[in-house]
Design a protein around this ligand. Sequence first.
Ligand SMILES: O=C[C@H](O)COP(=O)(O)O
Length: 271
Amino acid sequence: MTSKTDGVYDRTPLIAGNWKMHMDHFQAVSLVQKLSWTLTDHDHDFDNVQVAVFPPFTDLRSVQTLILADKLELTYGAQDLSQFDSGAYTGDISGDFLKKLGCTYVLVGHSERRNIHQESDDVVAAKLQAALRHDLAPILCVGEGLDIRQAGEHVSFTLQQLRAALQGIDASVVANLVLAYEPVWAIGTGEVAGPADAQEMAAAIRQELAELYDIDTAQAIRVLYGGSVKADNVAAIMRERDIDGVLVGGASLDAEEFANIVRFEHHLVTD
Ligand SMILES: O=C[C@H](O)COP(=O)(O)O
């Protein structure tokens, strides 16, 4: 969500927790309840910093029911979707089904999908189109591996992934997109790209969006960083001007830790 006042863009931060293949639907309910209680105890303002969780598909109905019943301000999304809307695609999940489960967001092109499931740039592009077709806000993940980083080709590689995914995406819908820069070498490893590295890539992404679309579109789109984010490093990352949030893996499975990441502004004041 972005507003513009007197030429200044105000992008609402988004803190997203990707649970990956952790938490069954019983554990999901307990984690969402605990997260919500913790944030409520701290008077968290969800309009100021948005919070989204990404449980496994099998948890989504339970999470939806809890959020609706208790009128929680958390949002949620899925970790993947099919590029197809329906048909003989065993094991796949349609964006239509996710929309009916109340998902706001869907991750597209996460490196674990690209690397473990061999999702090509063309498949990622088709999934992005499917998400937009079903009125889901895609969080498009891009980022380089260690060999590419060491060769100094991380910016060109990541921008190429971005261009490939955005082929055929019209300016009228692209503002619904969220981008996540996740250097693969920093995922689940404890290695965090430095805030300056995250900023370098976020600025390059915004510049590329300005060239593909226009300045207003580029400034409206939120860019997240992901890779070993924790409560003790989030504030430094969030200080960077082109970073609008974080996509958190492991640390989102602990309600206290994730709530502390959500409350990064508190660390900004007290650091
Ligand atoms: O989707 C989240 C990212 O893959 C980061 O995971 P991580 O925080 O466990 O490094």
